[in-house]
Design a protein around this ligand. Structure first.
Ligand code: GDP
Ligand code: IMO
Ligand code: MG
Length: 433
């Protein structure tokens, strides 16, 4: 029995989906604990690329049970679309027997999407995430558990419409929410998903008592955490370890392993400070070679060197038991690699992430430089990974400069490496555990 948490250690898109798909091969359950369809997790199996927004990445393993946990905000229409697409591709309907929606999770409604659509400051994904979490914190949100009770509660429907329309008016949004539309929406959600709404915390607790293996799949990353990220340029949930158990309704004592997913460089989508950002040819090289375009919105991801100040912060908050480095292959072909080990700002040196956005915006990275390693093509990387795994050769299959780069990260953070990703494919990972 084990419970393993998979977390993004940077600003998201580190490759969480790929590792969850791999580890789900030995898991009985995969559960999401926060966020919603702002997430975009990619799994590549041979010629097949699967992009997931709400469905846990363990969906690729038929023997895995799937949970959309208590701490999530769920857009039922997006979930329906994602399930339809899955059915088209596989003929399977997971919500009939192995996908369960927490009765405590909150529902994203049209109102929330409309309000989020106005954002210009943060560069949100526009999926209604922030407004739904706002309603949750304001204690006026709608949970799946309450659906069946409020469908026929005309007073609740009328009051919510008045409230929603007041907000829409104040924001100069022309669209309005009518009582009949809201009631129809609630009925549709209930009819479509009523059978899958469960007390999922109890289900997981029972599974753990039966000694089953559980994976908790994080979305976003530590630097997008509402408390520990680069506030206000963050998402609206706690993306970190502390919320992994809480967000699925089990206690923290169940957690055995916490794997931090670390891209071998850094990316971020949306606005906000990014000290190691490269606005030069190397930045363009990383974007193009790493296909750094958002899985959810298609936006170009900003790229930069690996930032150990960020990773030290992430480790302090999450206590990673190991690190999965991803996208090492993308660095192949660069003459020199840089790693940020501190910042200079306003005449001071920082080795811990400052909370102040102003200080972060002024931060000049202090880099160490290392020699690069040659580029390989996708097939060559996969071959190398297979050889490393089949013959138990670990990192020794890599070019010595690539080994030094990884050892530098391991030594400076004092966290053992779990695995190294060398391509998008399921097989393009060197396993070290
Ligand atoms: P997530 O949100 O953390 O699951 O990450 P995304 O799926 O949004 O973005 C990661 C992207 O990198 C996806 O397109 C993956 O297919 C791809 N990817 C994951 N690991 C590797 C790797 O080791 N090498 C390369 N080249 N691509 C990878
Ligand atoms: P995964 O799970 C990268 C970013 C948005 C924006 C900020 C707030 O694929 O790693 P939101 O819509 O959450 O209110 O947007 O957070 N963001 C992500 N960036 N990967 C993600 O998810 C993200 N989810 C949200 O770009 O800057
Ligand atoms: Mg992503």
């Amino acid at each position: 029995m084990s419970t393993t948490v998979i977390l993004g250690a940077q600003w998201g898109d580190e490759g969480k989906g790929k590792l969850v798909d791999v580890l789900a091969g030995n898991s009985d359950w995969v559960a999401r604990f926060q966020g919603g369809n702002n997430a975009g997790h990619t799994v590549v199996i041979g010629n097949r690329t699967i992009k997931l927004h709400l469905l846990p990445s363990g969906i690729t393993r038929k023997s895995c049970q799937l949970i959309l946990g208590d701490g999530m905000v769920i857009d039922p229409w997006v979930l329906d679309q994602e399930l339809k697409k899955w059915k088209d591709e596989t003929e399977e309907e997971p919500d009939k027997d192995r996908l369960f929606i927490s009765d405590r999770a909150h529902i994203i409604l049209k109102f929330h999407r409309l309000v989020d659509g106005l954002d210009k400051k943060i560069g949100t994904t526009g999926r209604g995430i922030g407004p739904t979490y706002s309603d949750k914190i304001n204690r006026i949100g709608l949970r799946f558990a309450d659906l069946k009770h409020i469908i026929n509660n005309s007073q609740w429907i009328s009051e919510m419409c008045t409230l929603y329309n007041r907000v829409l008016n104040s924001l100069d949004i022309e669209e309005k929410i009518t009582e009949i539309d809201l009631k129809n929406d609630l009925e549709w959600i209930h009819n479509r998903f009523g059978h899958a709404i469960k007390n999922t915390g109890v289900m997981l607790d029972n599974a753990l008592k039966m000694k089953e293996n559980v994976l908790l799949e994080g979305a976003q990353g530590c630097l997008l955490d509402i408390d520990q990220g680069t506030y206000p340029f963050v998402t609206s949930s706690v993306t970190s370890r502390a919320n992994a158990s809480h967000g699925v309704g089990i206690h923290p004592g169940h957690i055995d392993e916490v794997i931090g997913i670390v891209k071998a460089y850094t990316t971020r989508v949306g606005h906000g400070p990014f000290p190691c950002e490269l606005k030069d040819d190397v930045g363009d090289y990383l974007t193009e070679k790493g296909h750094e375009f958002g899985t959810t919105t298609g936006r170009r991801r900003r790229c930069g060197w690996l930032d150990l100040v960020v990773l030290k912060h992430s480790h302090r908050v999450n206590g990673f038991t190991s690190l999965a480095i991803t996208k090492l292959d993308v660095l192949g072909g660069l003459d020199t690699l840089k790693i940020c080990v501190g910042y200079r700002a306003n005449g001071a040196e920082y080795h811990n992430l400052p909370a102040s956005i102003t200080e972060l915006e002024n931060a000049e990275p202090i880099y160490i430089e290392m020699p690069g390693f040659p580029a390989l093509n996708d097939e060559e990387w996969i071959k190398l990974a297979r050889k490393a795994n089949d013959e138990n050769l670990g990192l020794s299959v890599l070019h010595p400069n690539a080994q030094s780069y990884l050892q530098q990260i391991e030594n400076m953070l004092e966290i053992p490496l779990h695995s190294v990703g060398v391509g998008p494919d399921r097989d393009a990972t060197i396993h070290l555990f």
